[in-house]
Write a protein that binds this ligand. Structure first.
Ligand SMILES: Nc1ncnc2c1ncn2[C@@H]1O[C@H](COP(=O)(O)OP(=O)(O)OP(=O)(O)O)[C@@H](O)[C@H]1O
Ligand code: SF4
Ligand SMILES: [Mg+2]
Length: 338
């Protein structure tokens, strides 16, 4: 079994008007030491999946069904105390907008002490040495341990948060949009640091981003989400040059490639479906330029393709023609035809 193995994961949020079925039937596998990028438009459920792995869903959220096995243990069903011990030690989390999660009134070193206190009484001298080493690993001078968060720039703050997350040498690091909002140069520095520490510490990484170009830089595996479902999953180096799902193709055209920032961007016309009543057949059909009768009648289940990737599209075998059509701008989206 893979190091992290997710099977049939459904997550629901209860709201006043309806139950939102925010994740449906998620299946994912990551081997130890691999890096997985989770990508998709805003609202597709990336942060929900990240929080579910940590069992840190908001109060109105619940895992309705499925398994999340980490090194064989189903963390979707362990008790709260076991999960509390696993957090930090085995699974560390850099939440979306983590910068605001740092306390503004204590120095960074005090925040290391407080984090350590969650599990044991710290030996301050040893902890200081460890914190200094982690700061060096993320390319911050150890003297910054005695500074307050407001004295840090955005990129330094993200690196300090990553150092803090690595305190217990977690085997899995889940980082939710850690570079969003940073300018391109600082973003590159933070990505380089993540790449370096991931390799150095052998950490398995789940990295969330809405930007497929950022994931291409960092992750060996790629999972593309659309409206709560996984539509394409496989090796990044196979998917990025030749995406097979129409949504992945359109997403690639919608984002700048950080290696070719001058290429023209084209957003995907239309909106994702309501998560209160998601489509029973293909989840992308209302926006897909290639949708036909079968797509609106029958759900395309993720299928293994010859190169090992899984694609949830009835017509994935026609990917080459679909790519040519979308990338050249010839494809007509339903919203444009209406
Ligand atoms: N606590 C909540 N209660 C109800 N709905 C929620 C809650 N949290 C998130 N949602 C909804 O669930 C869906 C998925 O949200 P999520 O934050 O996981 O998306 P995301 O892919 O991380 O988006 P972004 O890129 O904007 O961060 C969205 O429609 C969102 O509005
Ligand atoms: S199944 Fe049909 S609607 Fe869905 S992505 Fe494939 S071609 Fe488009
Ligand atoms: Mg999010």
């Amino acid at each position: 079994m893979s190091f992290l193995s997710i099977r049939g994961l459904d997550v629901h949020y209860a709201t006043r008007g309806a139950t939102l079925r925010v994740l449906r039937g998620i299946d994912l596998d990551i081997e130890r030491g691999q890096s997985l990028g989770l990508v998709g438009e805003s609202g597709c459920g990336k942060s929900t999946l990240a929080a579910a792995i940590l069992r840190l869903l908001p109060g109105n959220g619940r895992i309705a069904s499925g398994e999340i096995r980490l090194d064989g243990t189903d963390i979707a069903s362990v008790d709260a105390e076991t999960m509390r011990l696993k957090r930090w030690k085995e699974i560390a989390y850099v939440p979306q907008s983590a910068a605001t999660s740092l306390s503004p009134v204590t120095t960074l070193f005090t925040q290391f002490v407080e984090a350590w206190n969650v599990h044991a009484k710290p030996d301050r001298q040893r902890l200081r040495e460890r914190a200094e080493q982690l700061f060096r690993d993320v390319e911050l001078s150890p003297r910054w341990l005695d500074a307050y968060p407001h004295q840090f720039s955005g990129g330094m703050r993200q690196r300090a948060i990553i150092a803090l997350a690595l305190l217990f040498e977690p085997s899995l690091l889940v980082a939710d949009e850690p570079t969003t909002g940073l300018d391109v140069i600082v973003q590159r520095q933070v990505l380089d640091v993540i790449k370096k520490v991931q390799r150095q510490h052998g950490t398995t990484l789940v990295f969330v981003s809405h930007d497929i170009g950022v994931i291409a830089e960092l992750c060996s595996r790629l999972a593309v989400m659309y409206a709560g479902e996984l539509v394409e999953f496989g090796a990044t180096r196979a998917i990025i040059p030749e995406p097979w799902h129409p949504y992945t193709i359109a997403l690639k055209r919608a984002f700048p490639d950080i290696r070719h920032p001058d290429h023209e961007l084209h957003s995907i016309p239309g909106q994702p479906p309501s998560l209160a009543d998601p489509p029973r057949a293909c989840v992308f059909a209302a926006r897909c330029p290639f949708a036909r009768e079968r797509c609106r009648a029958e759900k395309p289940m993720p299928r293994a393709m010859p190169d090992g990737r899984r694609v949830a599209c009835h017509f994935a075998e026609q990917a080459e023609a679909m790519r040519a059509s979308i990338m050249s701008g010839a494809a007509i989206y339903p919203m444009e035809a209406a």
